[in-house]
Design a protein around this ligand. Structure first.
Ligand code: GLY
Length: 402
């Protein structure tokens, strides 16, 4: 063999070896999410929580207290009440074990009154869609559907047609100029209840309310760089915007991590339900500004503009919400961008699985979740919504791999 030919063969072999090495590296990273191990870990944690639930009116596990292991329990009326039964439904879906279905059905029923009592705030979507919505999706039992429909009608009573959005907190909250009309970015998630109801036996008006809310929020809740304000206060009589402020963030003009995660998840879902490309474009814009500013491990600090970063708590729940949303958004955008979103979501899950699991003794799933930093409550702990969206992200990952 002449020298030129030999050099060419050596180069070719090196090239093939490099390609195989890169491919294996990618496989190894992809395989870093071990679904069987995660499912087993989650089942152990849920079982540990379940056996200690007290027999009292306050018995829905919400967050881990300062001792790092005891749950703070709440009643069915708490805004987070639907996440626990939602986790049990997801455990059933992830593992296929009937025992989780029985527990999920039990805790779901406890929330039933919410759909028929006077509505106390916008969180009805979180409460009823995660519990009864998942129950219906996984069992097809019609009585579950009826409860979701009743809840959607109830949520719609908070819609103000002058403003074009749902009133989030129908009560006096500091700095919200009650009885003017407030809308919080979190409210985007609750639109899913309305969309779903309109397509499963409810009134068409529910669909139009949801679209109006999404459009009005798009106009008023975002800065020029697509970061979100937490709250907008509108004049309840003429619908004009009065102010844009925060409630749970560092400052009125800061990017509160979970608020932005609700926007990413919310506009992805609104695109799924409407197929209006305006919402798809917007979902990408609110996503891209979030991704651009993430720390290296892809789990944000509780507020992107806290001047104390890196010496301030994370919010692992925001990472779980965004990972779940990206597993959906990656399917709607062109292939190249979809691959980037999907890869980011996988890396977020890997990061959460490797570095944000709770320590033994704590029966929640994720640690380092921050609830309400300015209030000094639920900081750097475990909260049920972090666990719920983490499980949802794992399920979406599992389904995408199929
Ligand atoms: N919806 C309230 C929160 O995200 O903390």
């Amino acid at each position: 063999m002449n020298k030129k030919r030999k050099d060419f063969n050596v180069k070719k072999s090196l090239w093939i070896i490099s390609v195989i090495a890169i491919a294996c590296g990618a496989c190894a990273r992809e395989g870093a999410i071990n679904l069987a191990a995660e499912t087993s870990f989650i089942e152990k944690r849920l079982q540990g929580t379940l056996v200690n639930i007290p027999d009292s009116t306050l018995h829905i596990p919400r967050s881990i207290q300062k001792d790092g292991k005891s749950w703070r329990y709440v009643s069915y009326q708490d805004w987070t009440s639907g996440f626990w039964s939602g986790e049990l439904w997801y455990a059933y879906e992830l593992s296929g074990q009937p025992k989780w279905k029985e527990q999920a059905a039990h805790f779901t029923q406890e929330l039933r009154p919410l759909a028929y009592e006077p509505v106390i705030d916008h969180d009805l979507g979180f409460q009823i869609f995660n519990s009864f919505g998942n129950a219906y999706r996984l069992t097809g039992v019609d009585s579950y559907r009826q409860v979701v429909l009743a809840a959607a009608d109830s949520l719609a009573t908070l819609f103000n047609p002058k403003v074009g959005t749902i009133l989030s907190w129908p009560r006096a909250v500091p700095n919200m100029e009650w009885p003017q009309h407030n809308t919080i970015i979190d409210n985007m998630i609750n639109l899913e209840l309305l969309f779903w109801a309109s397509k499963n036996g409810g009134a068409d008006s529910l669909y139009h309310i949801a679209v109006s809310h999404a459009k009005k929020t798009m106009e008023n809740h975002f800065r020029d760089d697509y970061t979100s304000y937490h709250v907008v206060v509108y004049d309840k009589a003429n619908g004009k915007r009065r102010k844009q402020v925060t409630h749970q963030g560092f400052a009125d003009i800061s990017m509160w991590a979970r608020g932005q995660s609700w926007a990413i998840y919310g506009y992805t879902m609104v695109y799924r339900e409407t197929k209006d490309p305006v919402f798809l474009d917007f979902a990408q814009k609110v996503t891209d500004v979030y991704l651009d500013r993430l720390p290296e491990d892809l789990v944000p600090y509780w507020d992107f503009d806290d001047p104390n970063i890196p010496n301030t708590p994370r919010d692992a729940s925001a990472a779980a919400v965004v990972a779940s949303a990206l597993f959906e958004l990656c399917q709607y955008v062109p292939a190249e961008k979809g691959a980037v979103y999907r890869k980011k979501a996988e890396l977020m899950l890997t990061s959460l699985a490797r570095h944000y699991h709770t320590a033994d003794g704590n029966t929640a799933i994720l640690g380092q979740v921050t609830g309400h930093y300015p209030n000094g409550s639920e900081i750097n702990t475990s909260i049920n919504y972090g666990d719920y969206y983490y499980m949802e992200a794992l399920l979406r990952y599992k389904n995408l791999r199929k």
